[in-house]
Structure formats: structure tokens, C-alpha cells
Write a protein that binds this ligand. Structure first.
Ligand code: IFM
Length: 583
């Protein structure tokens, strides 16, 4: 630490010490009226976890001693930030607040994870590097965060997946411990990959502790599989898929196959003892064990995993295929079994085309939403309110966050429909709209992730006002600390990344989930234009989209033209040339 009185450098008296919850540097300075005191602090951080660093403390100390001056370091840092901003910036015309908040979100994502710390064995924590909530654990929030890194900073995206790969053996052990095969990743993951989820939970409203079954959110493994595929689809990093991704993906598929049980009564396979993303439903009413059966989100995504496994086996190299099949001892019979289950998983659909969140959901009680709103005002955490009243959210049709609807956030609508029709379910044409309306009325948005998902879906069904209202809530959630105190415990990177992705894939309408990029903009009414660049399959795309025109320019090392879909028309793009499409 350096200290300057009116530009004159003095060595300050510093007392460094650690307290129970903090590392503290105390400085004593003589301050005079009207005199400016400038404090400069240079910090070096090393972790003992890195293999090549046995002496992190002395390395950090040496680095600080040898560091360049503060001004030089600042210049270097500015240069690095500029490189990053040139890649990631999203420019909005017509909405200064959205512009500022999107940049705020981009900034906080980058200070949490960037190529500058991609060599560290860690992934995206639920609260960035900003606070103590969730003890730095890693959840399924990666599903919302990694797509941003896939498009902009693939080396960081890969490091997130490698964090999981290094814990694949632990996930295998975890599956085995519970009587399953393959890999079952923990709901909350830390350093060594064991399950870190708490088993009791404090309700601050009642002051009482209760059972916590949230580790049954086995869908975290589906999120990892989803991220493996989309990392590959976005970056074309086949080496990763050959060496690590395929193995992890297939072990996850194997886990789900071992969890599915044939039910003679329905003639279908059921998956029991799980929780969906909606954390309010942990168990069936009047039971003393956790878990519900046939969560639609889980079963649809599990079916997706089985089907994608075959595609992965097709795209990886012949050698990689031989290696992985031999390494994990995956037989033709097992693969045949996956084919069978993939379109025979049990999902409950009402005559009106509402997909039941899980088996038994339709039997739950309806909540008197108006009465609760009147009584409590803020009802985000309906679970806590109900528990404090001696009731349980398990008994009611009340969701914390999108659950069934998450499938439409993850997959293009057609893919969800194909999975459902493949399973022989017949749904009305407007089933997405019906499901959105049904579940939105029964969701309290107790997780900020919920608004991101619903904003995208409302846009998909053409309810632009609703989509915008939900988006604004998500965009301002940390800035305004809408959950009353949670931001102080750390930012919510899942929501932050989600708001950026919605600007790109929903409002600008650039969909990168298929083999070919497609563009179908639906800008919010007051957004005049949006400009941004992304990398997709080794091609850089620069977009400038306004209410009337889409402009795209590509840069492509291979110099070959690429095909994209612009407003459902296939177009070929020559590298370096600007495509202008009026709409
Ligand atoms: O992963 C989320 C979950 O979906 C809702 N509760 C908080 C977790 C960590 O962000």
C-alpha cells in the first residue's frame, strides 16, 4: 500500500491482521484540512490449490514487491479491459438505463470469471466473487452463465467444464453411493466435488429449522450435459468433446438411464425422488421423505440427453469413440436401452394441454394469491410465509421459479415439441402460451432466475409488454436489490448473464442453439437499435440491428462463406461483406 499526501509519497504505518471473517489492513495517517490523500493498493492473489504453486504466499509477496508502479499497472489493466470490452460490449440505443445495467452485468461477470483466471480450477459460483452467500458453491446456475462465455470467451467456458471433468470420478462415486450408475453431480459443488448441500434450513420468518431436500435437484447433471453440448456447438471445439466432453456426457446419460424405472401401469419409464428447479416442491404432502416423481423438466431434458448422446457418438472422432466406449465400458445393449427410454418417459399432460410439473401436481391446493399479497405485500418467498403459518408450499400450486417452462428456455420450441410428440403426447398448437399463462399465475419468483426465463417465454408467445416488465425486474434485480438484502451477500451472475443473453437471443433474436445461426429480431418498443458481436463456430459475426434492418458482417479465418437463417430465409454470407436485410 502506498500513500500520497498532495502527490508526495510517504510510507504509511500499516497494521495487517486477520479477524474471524476478514483480512484487515489498518492505516494511520495524519489528515489535514484541504489536503488530498491518495491511497494506492496493489494486491496479488495466489491459491495453494494450483499444482504448480507450492508457496502461494511467498509468490504473492514477491509479485507485489516486484510489481510495476500503480500507474503502469493501471495502464496495463486498461489495455486488458479494452480487449475484453471490444469483444463483449452490447450497445443499446434508445434506453440508457438498460445500456448501463447491461454493462454493469457484463462488468460483474468479467470480474468474477475471465480468461485472466481461467487456469484456476473453479467454475461460476452462485454469487460471483462478491459475497459469502452459498459459501462460494457452484450450482446449476452455470446453465444461465456459460452460454455467455461460449459466445465470447470460450477458454473460460472450457475451464468451467474442466472444473466438472476433474470431479467426474467423485460424481461417479456419488451415483454409486445412491445405487445408480454413471455420474451424478452434486447440487452444490465446492473444492473436492462432494455434495455440499445443507440438510437443514433456517426459516428466518419463523426462526425454525426444517429438513432441506434440495440436494435432490439432480437436474444439475442435465445442466452440465446441456453446457457440454452447447460449448461444442458454439465453439466447434471437437478436441474437448473427444477428450473430455463425450465421456462426461455419456456418464450423465448413463446415470439417468439407471434412475429410470419401468412402470407396468403406465407402460412408461418413471424417474422418482428428484426435485425440479422449483425449490418450493421438495416432497409430497404428508410424507416424511424428500423427492417427487416424473418432474416434466427433468424427464424432457433427460430424453434430450439420451438423444444427444447418439449425436455425440457420431461427431466425435472414430478413435475418440473407441476410447470412450472402452474407457467407460458402454455396451450396445445399454445404448439400445437409452433409445427405448428416450421416447417412453412418463409426463402428465392435462386435457387442456397443461404439462404437469410432476406427477401429483394437479392434486395440490390452489393458493389465494390476492389474500397473501394483501397480507404480506412481498410474497416472493411464499415457502417461508406458508411454513411460518404452519403450512407447507408442498401442499400448494405455488412455484418459486420456472420449472416445466425451463424446457422452453433451454431448447427451441420445436425441439420440445418434437420430444413430446416423440413420446406420443398430443398437445394443442398454442400449448406454450397455455402453459406460460398457467404457471405464471402460480409463480412467486422467489428466485431472480425466474424472471429471466419468463421474460424469454413471454416474448416467444408475443406478449411483449409482459416480457419487458419481467425483463426490467431481472435487469434491475441486483441494482435495486429487489430481494431485500440478498445483493449484499453477493451478486447473482445467473441473472446477470441471463439478461445479456435475452438481449441477444430474444430481443435481437439471434439463436445459436442449432447448427445454423438464425436471426429473428423482436426489439422492445423503445429500443432503437442493438449492436454486438459474437463468435459462433469459429466465425465472428458483427450485428447491427434496428427496427427496420438487420446488418451482419462476418470475419472468418477459413475465408469460406457461411449460411445463416435471416427471418427464416437461408442466406449465404461472404466473409468481410456486409449483409443488409430490411424487414
Ligand atoms: O441455483 C439457484 C436455484 O435455482 C435457486 N436458489 C438459488 C440457487 C443458487 O443461485
Amino acid at each position: 500500500i502506498n500513500i500520497y499526501y498532495q502527490d508526495k509519497h510517504k510510507n504509511p504505518d500499516i497494521l495487517n491482521y486477520t479477524d474471524k471473517n476478514a483480512v484487515i489492513s489498518e492505516l494511520k495517517v495524519n489528515a489535514f484540512k484541504n489536503e488530498t490523500i491518495t491511497l494506492e493498493k496493489v494486491v496479488s492473489i495466489y491459491t495453494s490449490k494450483e499444482d504448480d504453486n507450492e508457496y502461494p504466499l511467498s509468490t504473492a509477496k514477491r509479485e507485489v514487491m516486484e510489481a510495476a508502479s500503480f500507474d503502469e499497472l493501471l495502464k496495463e489493466s486498461e489495455k486488458e479491459w479494452k480487449k475484453i470490452w471490444d469483444k463483449i460490449d452490447v450497445k443499446i440505443n434508445g434506453d440508457r438505463i438498460a445500456q448501463k445495467l447491461l454493462r454493469l452485468h457484463l462488468y460483474h461477470l468479467i470480474v468474477s470469471m475471465s480468461p485472466h483466471n481461467s487456469t484456476i480450477d473453479a467454475s461460476a459460483t452462485a454469487r460471483g466473487l462478491h459475497g459469502e452467500a452459498y459459501r462460494g458453491h457452484i450450482f446449476w446456475d452455470e446453465l444461465f452463465i456459460q452460454p455467455f462465455y461460449n459466445l465470447y470467451l470460450p477458454e473460460t467456458a472450457k475451464s468451467m467444464l474442466m472444473y466438472r471433468y476433474r470431479r467426474l470420478d467423485k460424481a461417479r462415486e456419488y451415483a454409486k453411493e445412491h445405487g445408480f450408475e454413471g455420474a451424478m453431480f452434486p447440487w452444490q459443488s465446492g473444492s473436492d466435488g462432494r455434495e455440499e448441500t445443507q440438510i437443514v434450513h433456517l426459516n428466518p420468518l419463523s426462526g425454525e429449522w426444517g429438513d432441506d431436500y434440495s440436494s435432490l435437484q439432480r437436474h444439475v447433471s442435465l445442466a452440465i450435459a446441456y453446457n457440454i453440448w452447447h460449448y461444442y456447438n458454439t465453439t466447434s471445439d471437437i478436441k474437448f468433446l473427444n477428450e473430455y466432453g463425450a465421456e462426461m456426457f455419456l456418464e450423465i446419460a448413463r446415470f439417468w438411464a439407471s434412475k429410470a424405472e419401468f412402470q407396468a401401469s403406465s407402460g412408461r419409464f418413471s424417474i422418482a425422488k428428484v426435485m425440479g428447479p422449483d425449490e418450493f416442491h421438495e416432497k409430497y404432502p404428508d410424507t416424511d421423505h424428500g423427492g417427487i416423481k416424473d418432474n416434466a423438466y427433468t424427464n424432457i431434458m433427460a430424453s434430450w440427453v439420451f438423444t444427444k448422446s447418439f449425436e455425440i457418438l457420431k461427431v466425435i472422432s472414430k478413435k475418440a469413440k473407441e476410447n470412450v466406449l472402452a474407457k467407460i465400458d458402454l455396451t450396445e445393449q445399454e445404448l439400445e436401452f437409452w433409445k427405448q427410454i428416450s421416447d417412453k418417459l412418463n409426463i402428465i399432460v392435462s386435457d387442456k394441454g397443461i404439462i404437469s410439473q410432476y406427477d401429483g401436481y394437479f392434486d395440490l391446493l390452489e393458493l389465494d394469491w390476492e389474500a397473501y399479497r394483501k397480507k404480506y405485500g412481498n410474497i416472493y418467498r411464499m415457502d417461508r410465509i406458508l411454513k411460518a403459518e404452519g403450512k407447507s408450499a408442498d401442499d400448494y400450486k405455488v412455484a418459486k421459479q420456472a420449472d416445466t417452462l425451463m424446457t422452453f428456455y433451454n431448447l427451441p420450441e420445436k425441439q420440445v415439441s418434437d420430444i413430446l410428440t416423440g413420446m406420443s403426447y398430443k398437445l394443442p398448437k398454442d400449448y406454450l402460451k397455455r402453459n406460460l399463462e398457467y404457471y405464471l399465475q402460480r409463480t412467486s419468483h422467489g428466485s431472480t432466475l425466474s424472471r429471466v426465463v419468463h421474460a424469454q417465454l413471454a416474448n416467444m408467445i408475443g406478449d411483449l409488454d409482459l416480457s419487458w416488465d419481467l425483463y426490467v425486474d431481472a435487469l434491475t434485480s441486483d441494482f435495486n436489490d429487489i430481494q431485500g438484502g440478498t445483493t449484499g451477500e453477493g451478486i447473482h451472475p445467473g441473472v446477470m448473464a441471463g439478461t445479456i443473453m435475452i438481449a441477444i437471443n430474444t430481443f435481437a433474436g439471434v439463436d445459436f442453439r442449432n447448427d445454423v445461426l438464425s436471426i429473428n429480431p423482436g426489439l422492445p418498443e423503445h429500443w432503437e437499435s442493438i449492436d454486438f458481436s459474437i463468435s459462433f463456430k469459429q466465425v465472428r459475426y458483427e450485428f447491427k440491428i434496428n427496427k427496420k434492418q438487420i446488418r451482419v458482417k462476418t470475419t472468418n479465418k477459413s475465408k469460406k462463406p457461411v449460411s445463416i437463417n435471416v427471418k427464416n430465409q437461408k442466406v449465404s454470407l461472404e466473409p468481410g461483406k456486409i449483409l443488409k436485410h430490411n424487414y
